[in-house]
Design a protein around this ligand. Structure first.
Ligand SMILES: C[S@@+](CC[C@H](N)C(=O)[O-])C[C@H]1O[C@@H](n2cnc3c(N)ncnc32)[C@H](O)[C@@H]1O
Length: 407
């Protein structure tokens, strides 16, 4: 370590510029939030709150995106983390504006040395040079999961529907929806081999609501997978549907349209290849499953929502030790419902799996029914269904009524 010495902010920023120019910036961190703007003492309550946030920091590390070097910038604010992918110039601009204004400490990691600069007064810092502590970074984009639609890269449709900022930052309130939609896209991507390999893919999103998923499906299939599509988002809510239609037209989403209607009564002009539903309320999921079966959709992906039917039909006599606890009864009813749904789908010729959709910490509605048409009922599936229904003491079940009334 060389003795700390005073330097100007410009000198530190020059070190950063040089390291970026030579692909020798292995990381840069800004920490220690300033007490007030420009490093002056905090004067307002919000500045004090800001100053008391020791976990607020910016970390940038090199990544490779489509063969180009970028810097993934993570901004930690308390428990939340936001990501952006920046070019070297953008990173330099960001560090130049924030070092000394928002943060008092800057650390630069290079192959030759680690540099630490600590603001001591306006435009001056104490610079320390140490032996390098970091090894060459792995240039993968994301240490964790790489989503089909990554955070940090601007995505016009997500900005338009209010999930991302135009710069590509996912809004805090939309993080859960962003993860859900990305996860759902992975399931769609996985089932693509089950769908017609050429021609127009016909898809319906039942209970599309604000249509985060519907727009994302369109993006995945057209932009990322180069397919021609005809996607319909269907919902009961006229105003929401009108808004989605307006956005689809504004973005020029070819083959995407929205309709107002009730799932149960909806009539399509042509065949449907893929039927999706994400959190369609209560028995709306059953209506969606029954319609998809009736149209012989090749693939059905359904993440059910709240569940009331079986909850209301289960009596304490069937499993008294379990059902006397309200919360257990609610969860058991939801699981039993999905087991009955899966058995019925198998009984009408769908290879069916019940899969964890997303970590429980994100939503308790975390199961996905994945059903692929195989044209022959699974052996004994109907018996299995009947036995389960009898064990639960049920005399009727919504999906059975719908399937066999419409079959
Ligand atoms: C919880 S929201 C989910 C919206 C969207 N799929 C998502 O995950 O963001 C459920 C949506 O289903 C719609 N819905 C419920 N029952 C329906 C029905 N019978 N026909 C059409 N839409 C229905 C509601 O209007 C609502 O927009």
């Amino acid at each position: 370590m060389s003795a700390p010495r005073e330097c100007s902010l410009t000198e530190f920023l020059d070190l950063l510029r040089e390291s970026l120019a030579g692909d020798a910036c292995w990381g840069v961190v800004l920490s220690q939030p300033c007490r007030g703007a420009g490093g002056s003492p905090a004067t307002t309550e919000s500045e004090l709150v800001q100053a008391s946030r020791p976990h607020h920091k910016l970390t940038a590390r090199p990544v490779e995106l489509s063969g180009e070097r970028r810097y993934q910038l993570a901004e930690r604010r308390g428990k939340q983390e936001f990501h952006l992918n920046l070019t070297a110039d953008e990173l330099l601009t960001r560090i130049t504006s924030d070092f000394g204004e928002r943060f008092e400490q800057a650390d630069l990691f290079t192959p030759d040395a680690d540099y630490s600069a600590r603001i001591i007064r306006k435009d001056a810092a104490r610079l320390t040079k140490r032996k390098p502590s970091k090894s060459a970074p792995a240039l993968t984009h994301d240490r964790g999961k790489q989503y089909l639609i990554p955070e940090g890269r601007p995505c016009p449709f997500l900005a338009e529907i209010g999930v991302m900022t135009p710069a590509g930052q996912v809004k805090a309130a939309k993080q859960a929806k962003f993860r859900q939609v990305n996860r759902f896209l992975e399931f769609v991507d996985d089932v693509l081999p089950e769908l017609p390999p050429t021609g127009v893919l016909r898809i319906i999103d039942f209970g599309c609501g604000k249509s985060y998923l519907t727009f994302a499906l369109h993006y995945l299939l057209t932009e990322l997978r180069g397919r021609e599509v005809e996607i319909i988002g269907l919902d009961l809510k006229g105003e929401v549907v009108a808004d989605c239609q307006r956005i689809a037209e504004k973005l020029g989403c070819r083959g995407l349209r929205f309709e107002v209607g009730d799932i149960a009564g909806y009539v399509t002009a042509g065949a449907v290849d893929l039927s999706v539903s994400l959190h369609a309320c209560d028995t709306a999921t059953d209506a969606a499953l029954a319609q998809a079966v009736r149209w012989q959709a090749q693939v059905i992906l359904a993440v059910p929502c709240c569940q009331h039917e079986v909850f209301g039909l289960l009596t304490d006599d069937s499993l008294p030790g379990l059902l006397r606890h309200g919360i257990l009864k609610e969860r058991f009813a939801a699981l039993a419902t999905d087991a009955l749904r899966a058995a019925l789908l198998e009984a009408v010729g769908y290879r069916t799996q019940v899969i964890e959709f997303i970590d429980l910490e994100h939503t308790p509605k975390n199961l996905l029914l994945r059903a692929v048409r195989c044209d022959r009922p699974a052996p004994e599936a109907k018996e299995r269904y009947e036995r389960l229904k009898a064990q639960l003491g049920l005399r009727e079940f919504e999906l059975e009524r719908r399937l066999f009334a419409s079959h």
